[in-house]
Design a protein around this ligand. Structure first.
Ligand SMILES: C[S@@+](CC[C@H](N)C(=O)[O-])C[C@H]1O[C@@H](n2cnc3c(N)ncnc32)[C@H](O)[C@@H]1O
Length: 304
């Protein structure tokens, strides 16, 4: 039964006041913990994420799939045979022929070595540098067009602990060995970023996302796989469409980056820069890899 005496009422009021004070205090503590967590995440957590960029834990296969796996040993074998002939012809005094053979053999071996270096290490190093140069706040929405087994997707996801990293692909095994959403999920697990990632099966030329859905769109060695020029330009148009005004686009690819830059100009993108990438991204092309970056015009509320 309730105590209705004056003393009982004062005691009850005192308990209610105490409970309210405790609740206010708890909220204040929660708020300060929340604030300090987000502050920590803005500073040291982002610093940790940036150093994590260089750690590769997943298994990302070989770009070019089964064709590359067949041609790479063949390239080394032919290169060695040519070098052997060069030695024989040099001894028999046919120096011009020996020089050509040696040159051909060395070029073949260089192609194979830069291909292997690129696919196993170089692309990770180059993308780590590219992503590290962007001023992430940690809550961005990022799209990786043609993410494959998640090499770049996993890296960019490390930089958006409060954001979202989405990978789109058709999972073509001729473009990357062992390519599948399952392989990508395994890698995202190993990189410790599954909780902030999403994978979608779809074509870059008709992406299943609304307009202005992303702060950043990246693509690594993927768009050149579309055979027709029309199809590649369609993919560039789609990248522009899904970027929000002020959003950034980074495409690293083989051979076609000038074509992409022209299309981006036609589509009114700003700050378009196209440049060659160094030997770490050659992927056997001996100098024909490039990077194109651009910003979507409009409200520059925040630009990466
Ligand atoms: C060489 S792999 C590169 C994968 C990844 N970006 C990387 O750097 O490891 C090219 C990827 O593009 C994907 N791809 C090719 N054409 C595509 C298209 N039209 N739409 C979506 N993805 C496509 C392939 O399935 C493959 O995963």
């Amino acid at each position: 039964m309730a105590d209705t005496s004056v003393g009982g009422t004062i005691w009850g009021a005192w308990r209610v006041a105490q409970a309210l004070a405790a609740e206010t205090n708890r909220n204040a503590v929660t708020w300060s913990v929340f604030k300090s967590t987000s502050l920590t995440c803005d500073n040291s957590c982002m610093t940790d994420a940036r150093s994590e960029l260089r750690e590769v834990r997943g298994e990302y296969g070989i770009d070019g799939g089964s064709a590359a796996i067949a041609y790479l040993p063949a390239g080394v074998a032919v290169g060695l045979v040519l070098a052997g002939f060069a030695l024989i012809h040099a001894r028999s005094g046919r120096l011009m022929l020996a020089v050509f053979e040696l040159f051909g053999g060395l070029v073949l071996i260089l192609i194979v070595l830069t291909y292997l270096y690129f696919t196993r290490r170089g692309k990770f190093v180059v993308w780590a540098e590219l992503l590290d140069s962007l001023p992430f706040e940690g809550d961005e929405r990022v799209l990786d067009m043609g993410c494959g087994r998640g090499a770049v997707l996993g890296m960019v996801a490390k930089l958006v602990p409060r954001g979202r990293a989405v990978g789109l692909d058709l999972w073509r095994s001729q473009d990357q060995s062992g390519n599948s959403p399952e392989a990508a999920w395994r890698n995202l697990d190993l990189e410790g970023v599954r909780n902030r990632c999403e994978l979608q099966t779809g074509d870059m030329g008709a992406m299943p996302f609304p307009d202005c859905a992303f702060d950043l769109v990246v693509s690594s060695l993927a768009i050149h796989n579309i055979k027709s020029s029309q199809g590649r330009l369609q993919a560039i148009d789609e990248a522009v469409r899904v970027l929000r005004p002020g959003g950034r686009l980074l495409i690293a690819d083989l051979m076609r980056t000038k074509e992409y830059a022209r299309r981006l100009r036609e589509r009114g993108m700003e700050e378009i820069v196209e440049r060659r990438l160094d030997w770490r991204f050659w992927c056997g092309t001996l100098g024909m890899a490039g990077l194109v970056t651009a910003t979507k015009p409009g409200n520059p509320e925040r630009s990466l």
